[in-house]
Ligand binder design. Sequence first.
Ligand code: UDP
Length: 233
Amino acid sequence: VQPYEGKAKRVTATGKDEVAIYYKDDATAFNGQKHELFAGKGALNSQITEGLFKYLEAEGIRTHHLGRIDARTLKARKVEIILLETIVRFKVAGSLQKRTGLEDGTVVDPPVVEFYYKSDALGDPLFNDDHIAMMKLATPQEVATLRSQALAAAIRLKELFRRAKIDLIDLKFEYGRTPKGIVLADEVSPDTCRLRDLDTGEKLDKDNFRLGIGDLLTGYREVLRRLDPVWGR
Ligand code: UDP
């Protein structure tokens, strides 16, 4: 299904096995109900995603990333996106806070992995393994792969962010099928991670926009500034 336009990115085929992913300046929340433009967000998220994917590749984790096309466009391997959001949580926040009633920031150890069905019409409902099988979204073997790959990638990212004095609270991954197996796809950025200052807890991610409490771009720029010296590009 190409070209594909999402809320924050546009994907177009550029070759038989390659796509261009254009990072838009749009920020959305609450399933698209809240929407604003932030000039420069697309370029920032493309740089953060590129750096994190290169770091993960160096750590032995396979991603769809192939290279950069321009200031806000990345080149990636064409994949068949699995219609699941795989979320890894190291501390309680957001929907886990609402579901459990635990205080925001409570440590989650061992980390929790969750799957949500990617469906705007349904508002991305939480799915367990049986729901995934029932809806034929992935095989049980694929679900096991998603779980182990997501945990491995999240643990490495948590360590990288810690070196940047950033606390990785939780994050969302998307995976794609290729002829050679499942690879990490989509993006990893302050749009898809909860990131807070390690010492002060100051929010550096999309929560500033979701909750209307701080400047989104200031946080995203700070994330890039702190990652730059530690991710070894
Ligand atoms: N997340 C995302 N896309 C979504 C839903 C969640 O990238 O459609 C990310 C979100 O940024 C956070 C993590 O997944 O880092 C967990 O989100 P949560 O389930 O708490 O939902 P939220 O409170 O963001 O609605």
